[in-house]
Ligand binder design. Structure first.
Ligand code: ZN
Length: 410
């Protein structure tokens, strides 16, 4: 009687074993390649750039001018370069024709390496060396040679990626059905290959903005009163248009972009809140009107049968209302920031930030403080300081949305 049981059991564990054997290499194949080290050597005129990786790597390379750069797009990778390699100023110090380099997630699936050039140079050779002897890793090698301006310009012209329109999701009709909650989109500035401002002790703006954005979102979510979205919740690059597009696609009632400033004068400190300046705003409205479906632009207003003049008047009206509400949010934010941290002498300012140009969504850009000031940077770096700033922003958002909620109910 034992035999049937044994024959039943055997295939089960055998199957598990086979499954495990099949899954292990699959998991290994799906893991991101690891970049263990980056090295730069000079051999006469040639500057050799080497990435040490745990598996063969291939990338797409192109050149950009003003300033001169070589860009290499790779599969999404884990970067394990040690700080000792010189990650002091948001980029690693270069040698030869490479002035500096930096890397990071460009978009999900793509890591980007950027070589800032000290002078025009092109890649003469690109090859992969297998692990051998004392070298346990694959080595992805770029040999750079100086080029004249014309040759570099030609290389940039023939390799630069076509400027792509950001994939803008269609503005969603606000899901008011079951929840009736207002929507806030919080935007952590910079990210991935774009570190933003670099603090005096090497702190990256992109890390500060992400930490404060996540803390703000968590505070608001705890209340359960609003739908809270982040434009990014990890260290990834996003185009400005994509950030605006996320706010519009989520049907945001409010868009708050979080940044930290930097200037040459280390004594300048304090937070400030920006809204869009008048002239830039009008220009953007015109561009949007031309580019995008007008019926989609202003949710709930059907412009399909209207002529252009009426349409532009309606867009102008929406913008004026948006501008007033953005200014209201700016004043709440200044009030709340003042309770938690230092603000600048003229704390509400106007500028043509592209990230604020969603004409139908009230938007503010918060500069938390100065990375270039020792005291501000200490506040921006620490958990307690970040939480104070997040509390201020969350309180301002709460005031803004609660007031709107009360207005809608009347
Ligand atoms: Zn910034």
């Amino acid at each position: 009687m034992a035999r049937p049981r044994a024959s039943l059991c055997l295939p089960v564990w055998a199957c598990l074993l086979v499954a495990a054997c099949l899954l292990l290499p699959l998991r290994d194949a799906m893991a991101s390649p690891v970049v263990h080290a980056a090295r730069i050597g000079e051999h006469g005129e040639v500057t050799r750039f080497v990435l040490e990786t745990d598996r063969p790597l291939d990338g797409h390379l192109f050149y950009l001018q003003n300033p001169d750069r070589i860009v290499l797009d790779l599969p999404e990778a884990e970067w394990e370069l040690s700080a000792a390699d010189g990650d002091a100023m948001g980029g690693f110090t270069g040698r030869g024709v490479i002035r500096a380099f930096r890397y990071g997630l460009f978009q999900p699936g793509t890591s980007r390496l950027v070589l800032d050039l000290a002078r025009p140079a092109t890649v003469a050779r690109q090859f992969l060396l297998q692990p051998a002897g004392a070298m346990p890793h694959y080595r992805f090698v770029l040999d750079l040679e100086p080029a004249d301006r014309t040759a570099f310009g030609r290389a940039a012209g023939s390799t630069a990626p076509k400027v792509q329109r950001a994939a803008i999701p269609a503005p969603a009709v606000k899901p008011r059905g079951d929840t009736d909650r207002q929507v806030v989109v919080i935007d952590a500035g910079h990210g991935g290959v774009d570190p933003g401002a670099i603090g005096i002790s090497g702190l990256h703006e992109k890390d500060v903005t992400l930490a404060v954005a996540i803390k703000t979102a968590n505070l608001l979510r705890r209340s359960g009163r609003y739908d809270v979205y982040l434009t990014r919740d990890r260290d990834v690059f996003l185009k400005l248009r994509e950030r605006v597009a996320i706010a519009r696609a989520r049907g945001a009632d409010l868009f708050v972009s979080i940044h930290a400033d930097s200037v040459g004068d280390p004594s300048v400190r304090g937070g400030a809140v920006y809204t869009l300046s008048e002239t830039a705003s009008d220009k953007e409205a015109a561009a949007l009107a031309a580019q995008e479906n007008k019926a989609d632009l202003i949710a709930g207003v059907d412009l399909g049968g209207e002529n252009d003049d009426v349409a532009s008047i309606l867009i102008d009206l929406v913008q004026r209302d948006t501008k007033n509400r953005s200014a209201e949010m700016a004043s709440f934010t200044v009030d709340e920031l003042r309770q938690q941290a230092r603000v600048r002498t003229r704390p509400h300012r106007f500028a043509g930030f592209r990230v604020l140009k969603a004409p139908d969504v009230p938007s503010v850009l918060v500069e938390l403080g100065f990375m270039s000031n020792r005291d501000d940077e200490a506040m921006l770096r620490g958990d307690a300081g970040q939480l104070r700033l997040a509390r201020a922003i969350a309180a301002a958002i709460d005031r803004f949305l609660a007031r709107r909620e009360a207005a809608v109910r009347q």
